[in-house]
Design a protein around this ligand. Structure first.
Ligand code: AMP
Ligand code: MG
Length: 430
């Protein structure tokens, strides 16, 4: 019997011979872990202040708001028409009722209608005593004295019930709720004109770099305009924070230290950009270490790998990358939630759409990527997403043109043409 000796090695598979690309930075923290670390370390502020309702938009409610009344306060008509008692409706055919008066919003019908009587009612009118049903005026015939109600009405129709919006004694809004248009209206509907909100966050921003020139001045040779502070200002103003602008700080560890110490005396959070990697002129991390603590400083994400997070005195510190797109993306996906939590609010996940990739997308497992893209509809009506050509993290114009970001999660790999990906519409972000 002939048998192949087991010791002869078989040739390696072809795939094993192709050189593997180098791994991403092994010290970089996965985005998910970075978010978890931040969530662990950020404790919400509790300082509350009382503000008039007409200045409360965008603020975060400091205490649960309990309704002191039923909204609406009475059963009332939801349509212009005629009110009646459902027990007066004929089991078959039309019903004729006598009209005994009228009720308008704010002007109730004073009497008590008898059996067989209808009341002309307008939307919002308090329901006449004993009446439980409204028939819309479009469906009736009337001579002014009597009204003909067609067959097929439902008892209780076209009515808004007392307390159906809010019940007296029940929570109308919970602490931590950001007050938008609906909430401001709701608070007013309870008769309240002042609310307790968390005080505004104080956030200091600074740009670092010897190459930076403020907009509005002639640009010296070899310099660039400081765009990061304008981006951060816009992002922060939309959150309703109190901004402390520390300006541009040169690549010099003493100036950086002085600025950060000053900022940490009054700010709840400090956000700087640039100077956070390991270049000759990158001082942020060392200064943070000297003055406070650095929790992590590299994240496995693109754009946005160097990002230092820590604390200086009572202030949280975010040392963002220098490249303008990286500043935006790290702010949107890390800093904003942290500031929302710090301000006593609840971070809400962004809107995510599913779309098919118009072309293959190259990606390796090991970092989260946000790619700028445009959404459209495919010939079959399905959402289609096309990546912008230039994904460079300094290219702010493509951030402005893109209408969404494609999110490629940490472990995900290349996506073939037609593969489904998650997209976050830009207008839901900023
Ligand atoms: P750095 O992290 O300091 O190496 O900066 C990375 C890149 O971002 C460099 O090309 C910087 O010139 C650029 N950069 C840094 N700060 C700003 C800023 N405030 N506005 C625009 N670009 C910046
Ligand atoms: Mg620099």
């Amino acid at each position: 019997m002939s048998r192949e000796p087991e010791s002869i090695p078989s040739p390696p598979p072809v795939a094993a011979q192709t050189p593997k690309p180098p791994p991403f930075d092994p010290d970089a923290l996965p985005l998910h872990d970075a978010k978890a670390r931040i969530a662990e370390l950020v404790k919400p502020l509790h300082d509350a202040e009382r503000v008039p309702l007409d200045q409360a938009r965008g603020r975060i409610l400091a205490r649960d708001l309990i309704s002191g009344l039923d909204v609406p306060a009475h059963d009332n008509a939801a349509m212009d028409g005629y009110s009646l008692a459902a027990t007066d409706l004929a089991p078959q055919g039309d019903t004729w009722l006598n009209i005994v008066g009228q009720a308008l919003a704010g002007r109730a019908f004073e009497g008590v209608p008898a059996a067989g009587q209808a009341v002309r009612v307008m939307t919002g009118a308090v329901m006449p005593a004993g009446h439980d049903t409204v028939v819309a005026q479009e469906f009736v015939i009337t001579d002014g004295q009597r009204v003909r109600i067609p067959h097929g009405q439902q008892a209780g129709q076209n009515l808004r019930l007392k307390g159906e919006d809010l019940r007296s004694g029940s929570p109308a809004l919970a602490a931590g709720q950001r007050l938008g248009a609906a909430e401001c209206g709701l608070i007013a509907s309870l008769g309240i004109d002042e609310v307790f909100v968390i005080r505004k966050l104080r956030v200091a921003i600074l740009s670092t770099g010897d190459e930076l020139c403020p907009p509005g001045q002639p640009l010296p040779q070899g310099m660039i305009y400081d765009s990061n502070r304008s981006t951060l200002r816009a992002l922060l103003e939309a959150m309703g924070v109190e901004l402390i602008d520390m300006g541009i700080v040169r690549d010099n560890s003493d100036s950086l230290e002085q600025t950060i110490v000053a900022a940490s005396r009054s700010a709840d959070a400090i956000i700087s950009s640039a100077g956070v990697s390991v270049g000759e002129a990158d001082h942020t991390r060392a200064v943070m270490q000297r003055l406070g603590q650095v929790d992590f400083w590299k994240i496995a994400m693109r754009p946005g790998r160097p990002l230092a997070f820590g604390r200086i005195g009572n202030a949280l510190y975010f040392g963002l990358p220098g490249n303008p797109v990286a500043v935006m993306v790290t702010f949107l996906f890390l800093v904003r939630d942290a500031l929302t939590t710090l301000a006593g609010g609840q971070p809400s996940p962004p809107t995510v759409l599913r779309a098919r990739a118009a072309a293959p997308i190259r990606k390796r497992a090991g970092r989260t990527e946000y790619q700028r893209a445009m959404l459209s509809l495919d010939h079959d009506g399905m959402p289609l997403v096309t990546l912008m050509e230039n994904q460079g993290s300094a290219v702010l114009s493509s951030m402005s043109r893109a209408d969404c970001l494609v999110v490629l999660e940490h472990q995900s790999e290349s996506v073939p043409k037609g593969g489904w990906v998650n997209c976050i519409p830009m207008r839901s972000l900023c």
